[in-house]
Design a protein around this ligand. Sequence first.
Ligand code: 2AM
Ligand code: CA
Length: 263
Amino acid sequence: MQGSANLNLMIKAARKAGRSLVKDFREVENLQVSAKGPGDFVSKADREAERIIRDELMTARPTYGWVGEETGSADGADPTRRWIVDPLDGTTNFLHGLPHWAVSIALEHKGEIVAGVIFDAAKDELYWAEKGMGAWMNETRLRVSGRRSMIEAIFGTGIPFGGRSTLPASLQDLARLMPVCAGVRRWGAASLDLAYVASGRLDGYWERGLQPWDMAAGIVLVREAGGFVGPVREGRDMLESGSIIAGNGELYQPLCKILREAA
Ligand code: 2AM
Ligand code: CA
């Protein structure tokens, strides 16, 4: 499957950053037992991955704007296009030696996400989607699950950590949803949760308190795989509000209903 020049650029950047992170991830294991722990090392790995991506993308497209988790945002000469980049999504997993983290790169054009790449380098799973081209994982076309009943469905979520203000709302979500579905998973990398909805591994996903770079690439993946995405509070902008609900065509509405009643 052939993507656009921009998509190929995003894939190249994601693979290069992914290679660097895989090398660092092998080191993290050794550092668990050191006195200082792996914290500083992981921050460095994260910043280096963002530098690699920024170099690739901004050298090729110097007029585009930039939003990155590590380096913040910068307007470009072209105000209609910007890269939205999370060099290491699932940082806590990476830090603990858990192989569930990803590089996430999105391209926004006139306020719409038009391309997304999510690279799970530890598993060598490269997810990509471009508006009108479908969603893919490596060579395989993706399609959201066909599950129709809530009681058979598995949903992903993120539970806020460290005393965040969204914790009570998330616990309320769980109290409402868990009795009526087959299970809830909490894997700690929002980009991969969205990629898993796109690939049908999860039937739906929701989370509050996210940043734009956690969800941008996943939004186009889910849509191109035939799924739906929207904010928890109706009418809000997903990237601005930081909350997202995603699901297959059958279960998106029932999931929204449960989560929005609690909101
Ligand atoms: P991160 O690993 O890049 O920080 C976990 O539920 C999800 O929440 C991850 O995608 C994580 O992204 C994201 N997240 C957003 N803000 C966060 C923060 N301040 N600290 C840790 N995770 C955060
Ligand atoms: Ca993130």
